[in-house]
Write a protein that binds this ligand. Structure first.
Ligand SMILES: Cc1cc2nc3c(=O)[nH]c(=O)nc-3n(C[C@H](O)[C@H](O)[C@H](O)COP(=O)(O)OP(=O)(O)OC[C@H]3O[C@@H](n4cnc5c(N)ncnc54)[C@H](O)[C@@H]3O)c2cc1C
Length: 587
């Protein structure tokens, strides 16, 4: 049996900020563009982004793109590729003004220009003082951005496939990517979407952890599909823990709260960040603040009856400012923590938030893999952007507000590269005779499995294991044990069983298929983390507390086929400026 085929110039998997920005580019160029999304596009996780999008507009105090570049390199703990970082930070002011001109309703400063607030790790003059760089729409910046991009795509005639789930990549004999298989969730029918170019913009995979700020749909599907099709995954040991998830609930309280002046307190009422980061205090980068919080809790200075969280105090900002600039946060605190921040502090704890690693790309959005002597050979027809991609601008740790920027800068760049490539393709590359066969076998296995594993129970077990084996602090022994455990879980994931075999809107089937992706992300995470014998950015090892630039100034590449790793060099040549040499990272 083969599946029905539909043809497009460009197939974009993902309707979040990255997918929509890329689609706008290809649709406006007159290309027949399909955007697939598991949810209605404006429900993608981008909608949840609160704090802002970075750009050195300098609307409040002087700012410069090369200061933004320096901060991003330092934030990445020197693992970011400096050509990509230069490209992004240079493009930022234009990218934000473009969003403004599309109709994004930014807050304003007195003069009428876009409002900007300080954010962790964003500084003037290489760390001298915090700078206002985060362009914001109250505490609902992602919401405003996603709706703006969606409306522009409607105008540009992008074709949306809403509640369609991509299942696997289709590659031809030469290894070129020529489409995807996809499930129409409403009917349970599977199609082959045949394309001249495919972009993955499937977002993060934070749901490998038990406690995460990520949406339930963030199951790393793009990474799973890429891994199964032989594409390695880059830097998967680096997961960002956001300092301020609501304790017990995991829901995010934006760093913008600290940008507006909120402070963290331990059980003695001490503003402990003064000890860990004397210059910028509560606005140090996220890995630094998360580790400081974990240390306070570990050393018995946590709050509450279990001493398992710290407090985020905001009442001193005054009711007016909280209501005007942080309305969404107030709502979250009331609903999820039972406190009104106008009066009481919010209980917070470090929570998994962002995946620094992903599908390896260059700054043009092309997916690149090692081939013979070439560490970065382009995979024809395959592109990735946004959180699922590793360009790599965030290296070992991402600065807040640099992701929304990454989405629009690399979404657009990938769109442009796709346009040039599609223009060289007179027609579609022929589908191989067995196109879709791999997907058919996966679905048939699930259909016919008996005596198998329960999807929900297995996913919970996986999430708890990853939470306890790849957390804020890691050790050799815990990681080694984690690798064994994830490999054992992977064997069990091959035998998942669903009791409900119906076709129409069968969420049991889609959740089983998502688990196939989660397990690849988890294997990559533990295997890469176990190998890296140093502490850098978000990867903090008790056994190897220092950064080791001699040995570890390199990216990991995880290969699914044999759960092995190879390495590639960090790009030390920016596009036009001088290399920013490694230094100790203090805030
Ligand atoms: C709570 C929260 C707050 C944040 N705040 C900020 C902030 O203030 N500033 C900042 O810079 N960053 C912030 N981030 C990070 C940032 O929002 C995300 O990294 C970014 O929005 C990811 O965008 P994306 O386009 O890559 O993917 P997403 O927005 O996650 O979209 C992924 C898309 O892929 C689709 N998809 C996935 N799998 C499939 C499949 N198999 N088939 C079809 N479609 C699929 C989904 O349906 C969705 O449309 C925040 C993140 C969170 C979780």
């Amino acid at each position: 049996m083969t599946y029905p085929v539909r043809r497009f110039d460009a197939v974009i998997v993902g309707g979040g900020g990255a997918g929509l920005r890329a689609a706008l580019q290809t649709s406006k160029a007159g290309l027949n563009t399909a955007v697939l999304s598991k949810v209605f596009p404006t429900r993608s996780h981008t909608v949840a982004a609160q704090g802002g999008i970075s750009a050195s507009l300098g609307n409040v105090q002087e700012d410069r793109w090369d200061w933004h570049m320096y901060d991003t390199v330092k934030g990445s703990d020197w693992l970011g590729d400096q050509d990509a970082i230069e490209f992004m930070t240079r493009a930022a002011p234009d990218a934000v003004i473009e969003l403004e001109h599309m109709g994004m309703p930014f807050d304003r400063v007195e003069s009428g220009k876009i409002y900007q607030r300080p954010f962790g790790g964003h500084t003037a003059e290489h760390g001298k003082r915090a700078v206002e760089r985060a362009c914001a729409v109250a505490d609902r910046t992602g919401h405003a951005m996603l709706h703006t991009l969606y409306q522009q795509n409607v105008r540009a005639n992008t074709q949306f496939f809403v509640e369609w789930m991509a299942l696997d990549l289709v590659r031809n004999e030469a290894g070129d990517v020529i489409g995807v298989t996809a499930l129409e969730m409403e009917t349970g029918e599977v199609f082959i979407l045949h394309a001249k170019a495919v972009l993955f913009a499937t977002g993060g995979g934070g749901r490998i952890y038990a406690s995460s700020t990520n949406a339930f749909m963030n199951t790393g599907d793009g990474l799973g599909m890429a891994a199964r099709a032989g594409i390695p995954l880059e830097d998967m040991e680096f997961w960002q823990f956001h300092p301020t998830g609501v304790a017990g609930a995991g829901v995010l309280i934006t760093e913008g709260v600290r940008g507006e002046g909120g402070i963290l307190l331990n059980c003695n009422g001490e503003r402990f960040m003064e000890r860990y980061a004397p210059t910028v205090k509560d606005l140090a980068s996220r890995d630094v603040v998360s580790r400081a919080m974990a240390m306070e809790i570990f050393e018995g200075r946590g709050c509450g009856k279990n001493k398992d969280h710290v407090l985020l105090k905001v009442d001193h900002l005054g009711a007016d400012k909280i209501i005007e600039k942080l309305p969404g946060i107030r709502e979250i605190a009331i609903n999820f923590a039972g406190v009104d921040p106008i009066k009481d502090p919010i209980p917070v704890v470090p929570t998994t938030h962002y995946m620094m690693g992903g599908i390896p790309t260059n700054y043009r959005g092309q997916v690149v893999v090692p081939q013979g002597d070439n560490p970065e050979a382009v995979v024809n027809g395959f592109y990735a952007a946004g959180e699922c991609a590793c360009a790599s601008v965030h290296g070992a740790n991402r600065l807040g507000t640099n992701s929304l920027l990454d989405l629009v800068v690399f979404g657009k760049a990938a769109g442009d590269t796709m346009i040039s490539y599609i223009q060289t393709q007179e027609t579609w590359k022929e589908l191989p005779a067995d196109a879709g066969e791999f997907t058919r076998q996966r679905l048939a296995r699930l259909e016919n499995q008996t005596g198998g594993e329960d999807v929900d129970a297995l996913r919970t077990e996986l999430q708890r294991m990853v939470q306890s084996h790849a957390g804020v602090f890691r050790t050799d022994a815990i990681l080694k044990d984690g690798v064994q455990k994830v490999l054992a879980l992977a064997e069990r994931v091959k035998k998942t069983e669903i009791k409900d075999k119906s076709k129409v809107w069968n969420t049991a089937r889609s959740e089983a298929l998502e688990l196939d992706n989660l397990i690849e992300v988890a294997k990559a995470t533990l295997t890469s983390a176990e190998a890296r014998k140093e502490s850098r950015g978000a990867h903090a090892s008790d056994d190897h507390p220092d950064r080791d630039d001699e040995v570890w100034m390199k990216h990991t590449l995880w290969h699914a086929a044999d759960n092995s790793l190879t390495y590639k060099e960090v790009h030390t040549k920016p596009l036009t400026v001088d290399y920013i040499k490694p230094a100790k990272r203090v805030y």
